[in-house]
Design a protein around this ligand. Structure first.
Ligand SMILES: [Fe+2]
Ligand SMILES: [Fe+2]
Length: 230
């Protein structure tokens, strides 16, 4: 049994979404995801760090979630900025139950345990676009609150692992509010996605102010889930 992570599968099995905008390297990506998951067993757990499906509603996402469900391992999914199918927890759980997609669980204001460790996280928020400062401030506060709820739910876990969609640190910018929430809860390791193409050159990999950051967008890790621990 092992814990894995990958972000940004960007599935589009019920429509034809060109991936050129994300740069080179997305050729045959669905089969590459399938190959990347081959090393997982049914007992393994894989955190999916957002941007799972281009579908605009749950109704049009069935094929994408069927594909995800059929990949080996249990999946824990959090929201990315392109997950427009996202709905209330009750509606998503009902959708998964209706379509027999029981291997997928949603990480939102809650946490899951992996042994004595806790799997916590939230979408986060962009730190690059400051066009609407008031809205940005509101979204950051909301996401900081969600992340805090998730980490609080972890209680006295031996380690609180943090998973985000947006990078909390990028190109010299920091999302101070989210980082402060992580530090307040003693988070030492954080995984994030969202960054594609040329942005890979700026991804922070390594320890900054006591937190070890790892970028795990699918195209950055050759569509292969990264093992966190056994
Ligand atoms: Fe993405
Ligand atoms: Fe994204």
């Amino acid at each position: 049994m092992a814990l894995y992570v990958i972000g940004d599968l960007h599935l589009s099995l019920e429509s034809d979404k060109p991936m050129d905008a994300f740069g080179q390297g997305w050729d045959d990506y669905v089969n590459r995801i399938k190959a990347g998951f081959e090393k997982l067993t049914p007992d393994d757990v894989c955190v999916l760090c957002g941007d799972l499906s281009w579908a605009s509603s749950l109704k049009t996402s069935v094929s994408d979630f069927r594909f995800i469900s059929n990949l080996p391992g249990k999946k824990i999914a959090l929201k990315g900025n392109h997950d427009h199918w996202w709905s209330t927890i009750a509606k998503m759980d009902a959708f998964f139950a209706l379509h027999d997609l029981s291997g997928i669980q949603i990480l939102s204001n809650n946490c899951f345990y992996y042994g004595d460790m806790a799997i916590c996280g939230s979408r986060g928020w962009t730190i690059e676009n400051k066009a609407d400062a008031a809205r940005n401030d509101m979204m950051v506060r909301r996401e900081a609150n969600r992340l805090n709820l998730s980490l609080e739910a972890a209680g006295d876990a031996t380690e609180k692992l943090c998973f985000l969609h947006y990078p909390p640190i990028f190109r010299g910018l920091r999302c101070r509010e989210l980082i402060d929430v992580m530090l307040a809860h003693g988070v030492r390791r954080c995984w994030y996605g969202h960054i594609h193409g040329y942005g890979h050159n700026y991804a922070v990999q390594g320890c900054v102010d006591g937190i070890d950051y790892r970028m795990i967008s699918a195209d950055y890790i050759n569509f292969t889930p990264q093992k966190i621990c056994d």
